[in-house]
Ligand binder design. Structure first.
Ligand SMILES: Cc1cc2nc3c(=O)[nH]c(=O)nc-3n(C[C@H](O)[C@H](O)[C@H](O)COP(=O)(O)OP(=O)(O)OC[C@H]3O[C@@H](n4cnc5c(N)ncnc54)[C@H](O)[C@@H]3O)c2cc1C
Length: 440
């Protein structure tokens, strides 16, 4: 526990409680402190837990370092266009803590949150109960590893691991590996195994991809210049669908490069469509491999089209670059695979995460368990969320824009607090926010 003398949890009352000590919780704390709002940050484990414990050994950011712009603490290293590796990310967060010394309690999990009839929030924790006028839930977007039920039908001799538990090729038993899923994690883990000389079978899903670099710049830099990171969720007609979008796959490894599944296949990786069934040793796949590869390439090329148009419109001097030419096409779309015949001894489920907010007793969730909010403010006065993907913009669930969202919420929390001083009670979301609820 840091600043232990100043922090008194059981029985204490705080104007604001921030739950979660990742980049979102820390950003919130910084912004509250800037406004003189007394608060506490409660972290179940250690700062940077997610990066420490749920990323593989060769993990590095997919987004360039310059996008790490936590409030008051932008990236300060000498490689702004590079991609921090796992331990550097943890150090960046630890240094942020040293920089402003938030009122942080580590090793304390909030197990229940509810609002009492008097309007106070009651928080039960592993270290006892306390209360708060307002709460910011900053517990991250990725809670419970999601593995499809068919995993239970895999034979016992096959080692199964979720991507959040994958560390390195050596961790898996000798033999071939099946990686299921081609979001950012699945693609990078498949590459990690492939580079280590493992025989990899990859079940390819419908995630899009983006080129790393195009016409002299990182595509992220182009997209930033084109305003994509400033576009708010309110500008989309289908906000719910946008929030469910899967991220584009690309890597920051070795200075950054494309992830081209076709090149992997050319070099020996075996590609399949989506995994649809498991029956003992027999696996079944959809016939969507070609469609999925074509779709990923079409998205990547579409982004290049947009970059070309931006360059032309703004008369920017940028080198020409030839377009991508597919280096491999599936001659067939294998629908079946026998585990034993293929020598597969392990499966890495790169199938994402589910949300788990069951510890929060408040009527703010939609049917899928997603908190209904506008810019993090909910219809329950004083209850806020921070760090949700597309909370307000593309970078909301990431380093890029969590700070902007924290600034907004801190203003809102501070204003609510001042209003409460005048009115005697928290009045909830301001009219402008309330009219926007719920958007789920
Ligand atoms: C594989 C992967 C790659 C990613 N790559 C990038 C990238 O390249 N660039 C980028 O900007 N973003 C990336 N992200 C997204 C994002 O930056 C991370 O998910 C980041 O960890 C989110 O930070 P956070 O603070 O919102 O949540 P978290 O880091 O998840 O922090 C939440 C904290 O809350 C704590 N907590 C949870 N429940 C409780 C409780 N009940 N009581 C107390 N504490 C609790 C947890 O211990 C945790 O420390 C990636 C995510 C994943 C999964």
């Amino acid at each position: 526990m840091s600043q232990a003398e100043a922090i008194r949890l059981p029985g204490a009352h705080y104007p604001v409680a921030v739950v979660g000590g990742g980049q979102a919780g820390l950003s919130m704390s910084y912004c509250l402190r800037e406004r003189g709002v007394e608060h506490i940050v409660v972290e179940a484990n250690r700062v940077g837990q997610e990066w420490r414990e749920r990323r593989w050994d060769s993990f590095c950011l997919v987004t360039p370092n310059w996008q790490c712009r936590l409030p008051g603490y932008p990236y300060q290293g000498d490689d702004p266009d590079g991609f921090m590796v796992r331990d550097e990310i943890v150090r960046y967060l630890e240094n942020y803590v040293s920089f402003f010394r938030p009122p942080l309690v580590e090793g304390v999990a909030v197990t229940r949150l509810r609002r009492s009839p008097s309007g106070l929030f009651e928080l039960s924790t592993s270290a006892g109960d306390f209360t708060a006028d307002q709460v910011v839930v900053a517990t991250g977007p990725y809670h419970t590893p999601s593995v499809p039920p068919m995993a239970q039908r895999l034979p016992d001799h096959v080692t199964q691991v979720h991507s959040s538990r994958y560390r390195s090729p050596d961790q898996l038993p000798e033999g071939a590996v099946l990686v299921v899923g081609t979001g950012q994690s699945g693609c990078q883990i498949a590459e990690d195994l492939h580079l280590a000389g493992r025989r990899v079978h990859l079940a390819v899903g419908s995630a899009p991809r983006v080129a790393r670099f195009y016409r002299g710049r990182d595509c992220v830099a182009w997209l930033d210049a084109m305003g994509h990171y400033d576009k708010s969720i309110d500008e989309f007609d289908d906000a719910g669908a946008v929030r469910m979008r899967v991220n584009h796959y690309v890597t920051g490894r070795d200075g950054g490069r494309d992830i081209d599944l076709r090149a992997f296949a050319r070099d020996g990786m075996r590609l399949y469509g989506r995994l649809t069934g498991v029956s003992g040793e027999a696996l079944e796949f959809a016939d969507d491999l070609k469609v999925n590869l074509d779709h990923a390439d079409a998205v990547a090329e579409g982004i290049k089209d947009a970059i070309d148009a931006y360059i032309a419109t703004n008369a920017i001097g940028a080198p020409a670059e030839p377009r991508y030419v597919p280096v491999w096409e599936p001659a067939e779309q294998p629908r079946e695979l026998d585990l034993e015949a293929a020598g597969i001894t392990s499966v890495v489920w790169s199938t994402g995460f589910r949300r788990d907010h069951r510890w929060i007793e408040a009527p703010v969730f939609d049917g899928r368990g997603y908190p209904m909010h506008w810019r993090g403010a909910t219809s329950t006065p004083g209850l806020h969320f921070l760090g949700l993907p597309w909370q307000y913009s593309w970078g909301s669930g990431r380093f890029e824009a969590v700070g902007r969202d924290a600034e907004f919420l801190a203003d809102h929390i501070d204003a609510s607090r001042r209003m409460a001083d005048v009115c005697g009670t928290l009045t909830g979301a301001p009219t402008g926010l309330a009219s926007a609820l719920p958007i789920g």
